[in-house]
Write a protein of this length. Structure first.
Ligand SMILES: C[S@@+](CC[C@H](N)C(=O)[O-])C[C@H]1O[C@@H](n2cnc3c(N)ncnc32)[C@H](O)[C@@H]1O
Length: 198
């Protein structure tokens, strides 16, 4: 990336960071959110290869996420959620009121797909989980990133991440964290795992 673009990215992130610290509401300051909002998103923001992000499942606590990326004009931050009562929390003009798997026919390819907090929150049985991982794989470009966020309480986790690795993905460093899997300090064992599509 040339120096003008670097300066622009830095300036843009400075604005987004200010927004995050001073304006963004409502924020859930739980350890899992802090990792997502203060480590993962800034790293994605600074990555010049990221132009399209699909964030799956929305709530009032995620409603300001699209604004983080607003100062990067070459990034589209899209959201999907089938619930009509959640639509108002989606990205303005880029929210799809549907299960994200339904977008696979007409929306790909994405650079990044984030499936955080959807397992056991609407994507529940093994078949749904498998289908969602297969859909994400189909919808990512080659080299694209799948970021999972799920509760891991010892022997019981919301999703079997070993199975994800075995379904055509390779483990990848979590942006801003540097490891393929990271268990946050949240008492529910909220963990992030990243995979790339080879
Ligand atoms: C815990 S909430 C919010 C999750 C949000 N991603 C976050 O980080 O807070 C779970 C939401 O995910 C949505 N959801 C679950 N499975 C989904 C799927 N396959 N496609 C789109 N939305 C889904 C549900 O409808 C629900 O509104």
């Amino acid at each position: 990336m040339g120096s003008t673009a670097t300066v622009r990215t830095r300036a843009g992130w400075a604005l987004s960071a200010l927004y995050l610290r001073r304006i963004a509401r409502p924020r859930l300051m739980t350890p899992d959110r802090v990792v997502l909002e203060e480590r993962i998103f800034p790293s994605l923001y600074r990555d010049p290869s990221v132009h399209r992000i699909l964030f799956v499942g929305v709530s009032e606590f995620t409603s300001w996420y699209p604004a983080i990326f607003r100062t990067r004009r070459d990034v589209a931050f899209e959201t999907a959620d089938p619930r009509s009562d959640a639509a108002r929390y989606g990205a303005r003009g880029a929210h799809w009121q549907t299960r994200f798997e339904e977008l696979r026919a007409h929306r790909p390819p994405y650079d990044v797909i984030v499936l955080n907090g959807i397992f056991e929150y609407g994507t529940d049985d093994e078949d749904e989980k498998r289908t969602s991982i297969a859909a994400a794989r189909e919808m990512l470009r080659t080299g694209g990133l799948l970021l999972l966020g799920y509760r891991d309480r010892g022997p019981v986790a919301d999703i079997d991440v070993a199975a994800v690795g075995a379904s055509g993905f390779e483990e990848a460093p979590i942006p801003g964290v540097g490891r393929a899997r990271y268990r946050t300090e949240h008492p529910n064992g909220h963990t992030y795992a990243a995979f790339s599509k080879p």
